[in-house]
Design a binder for this molecule. Structure first.
Ligand SMILES: Cc1cc2nc3c(=O)[nH]c(=O)nc-3n(C[C@H](O)[C@H](O)[C@H](O)COP(=O)(O)OP(=O)(O)OC[C@H]3O[C@@H](n4cnc5c(N)ncnc54)[C@H](O)[C@@H]3O)c2cc1C
Length: 426
């Protein structure tokens, strides 16, 4: 097994062989070269704005080229909770945003002819316990009544039509969700942004951001520049350059293994409809096929990726995979890798302006579609000066309770344990 991001073997990722020089002066500087930053850059450059993306590593290096490629409807927080917390009208706007986000990805893929296998194969939410299935029945009625959104149930007796496993107790399917190859998508998005005139600067970590007289000054590894506006798109890699934002974001590791290529028959047996599959647990597993490999991910360790956490997670994930698909017990795992997710303390996504700097953060594992869409819509709001009206800007972006967090997540082992306990009792 190689500790390598499998997706990177399917495309030539942008590298640092031909570095774009750091410009002296731009209209907008974007920090972070993933879906959020690149989608924003494409939108701004298309409107004639002089825009630069400053990326610490190489373009697409972060979660955007490492994820499961699940391009999903909905938010991390259940819509029932969102209605209770923010009211019906706001919940409808937020849910609509999630549907729009899948459309945005589809539209960009089409307009820019990005070859990334985008396909509306739908997602399958599988019940780990009989009572989860009862909850899914309520969820189906609720989504139809409140959001006029049709999802359908798969009863336990019909699960074979969806998945080659009998460990689940039924499922819920949403046909609007899609899947894609995340690295191919981010590389295509980078090409599209560049083609429209955005400057993409790799190896340009921003080390300091300060407000000059009427412009921002950004000091990077490769030089200093000034910008009228700044957009922070650093997701789970948000650091102390934007300290106030860092204190609102918890970086959480997520890990994936990819099996060797399976026969057509076996791949078809595992997932006959090629769905994006995830389960109902707090410590959830998510999996899907790509090119006859099973791509199997989970929050196996809560800490961000290191050689050690990847190795440990790969062992846990392999066990989890076999517990779902016993038929894979002799199958080789070819690749294992990890990446970092960004969670806000309320598990919601947040956009807005803080000390004059725009941001879009807190995707909680839903950033393929949301990052792309919010990158675009926050960029539009920057141009129109109406960020406060954005649906994801209209509620509070909380800090840690009692201010007990300075950006180093000391509580992750406890959070991991807490999730395991919840899975046991719920
Ligand atoms: C293993 C894994 C599986 C996932 N699966 C899914 C999935 O199936 N579906 C889904 O919707 N989401 C999934 N996600 C989440 C999704 O990948 C992210 O939400 C999304 O990629 C975030 O995009 P982004 O552009 O905001 O951030 P990223 O792609 O993480 O990019 C942020 C970039 O900011 C750069 N940066 C940080 N600080 C600085 C600085 N000071 N100067 C310059 N650059 C800086 C980093 O180097 C990084 O490249 C997954 C994530 C992981 C890790």
């Amino acid at each position: 097994m190689k500790q390598q991001i499998y997706w990177h073997t399917t495309i030539k990722m942008p590298d640092d062989s031909n570095l774009t020089p750091i410009p002296e002066k731009v209209d907008v500087a974007i920090i972070g070269g993933g879906y959020t930053g690149l989608s924003a850059a494409r939108t701004l450059a298309r409107r004639g704005v002089k825009v630069v993306v400053l990326e610490a590593e190489t373009i697409g290096w972060g979660a955007s080229s490492r994820n499961g490629g699940m391009t999903l409807t909905g938010l991390k927080v259940p819509m029932q909770t969102i209605i209770k917390k923010y009211g019906r009208e706001m919940a409808r706007e937020l849910f609509q945003c999630s549907l729009d986000s899948v459309d945005t990805v589809e539209q960009i893929v089409k307009e820019e002819s990005i070859d990334c296998g985008f396909s509306r194969t739908g997602h399958l939410l599988a019940a780990n316990k009989p009572r989860h299935y009862e909850a899914l029945k309520d969820e189906m009625d609720f989504m139809a009544k409140e959001f006029n959104h049709k999802v359908h149930l798969v009863p336990p007796s019909e699960m074979k039509s969806e998945i080659g496993s009998d460990v689940y107790h039924g499922a819920l399917v949403d046909d609007v969700s899609a899947g894609l190859n995340p690295a191919q998508f981010v590389a295509g998005l980078a090409g599209a942004a560049q083609k429209t005139g955005a400057m993409l600067c790799a190896r340009a970590r921003v080390n300091r951001l300060r407000r000059g007289e009427n412009r921002f000054v950004l000091e990077t590894d490769r030089g200093t520049l000034s910008a009228e506006s700044v957009f922070v798109a650093t997701s789970g890699y948000t650091g102390n350059v934007t300290k106030k934002l860092q204190r609102k974001i918890i970086p959480i590791g997520s890990f994936i293994i990819a099996t060797e290529r399976l026969s057509d028959e076996l791949a078809h047996e595992l997932s006959p409809k090629n769905r994006m599959i995830f389960d109902y647990k707090h410590y959830l597993n998510y999996f899907r096929l790509w090119d006859n490999r099973l791509i199997f991910g989970g929050r196996a360790a809560f800490f961000p990726e290191t050689a050690n956490t990847i190795k440990r997670s790969a062992e846990i994930l392999r066990r989890e995979m076999i517990s779902v698909y016993l038929q894979l017990k002799d199958v080789k795992v070819d690749y294992a890798w990890g990446g970092t997710l960004d969670f806000a303390f309320d598990q919601m996504t947040h956009v807005g302006e803080l000390d004059g700097v725009h941001y879009s953060l807190g995707y909680a594992g839903h950033g393929v579609a949301m990052g792309t869409h919010l990158g675009k819509t926050v960029a539009e709001a920057m141009l129109n000066g109406n960020i406060k009206e954005h649906p994801f800007a209209r509620f509070d972006f909380p800090k840690a309770p009692l201010g007990l967090y300075d950006g180093r997540p000391w509580f992750l082992p406890f959070a991991g344990m807490w999730h395991k306990i919840l899975d046991w009792v719920e």
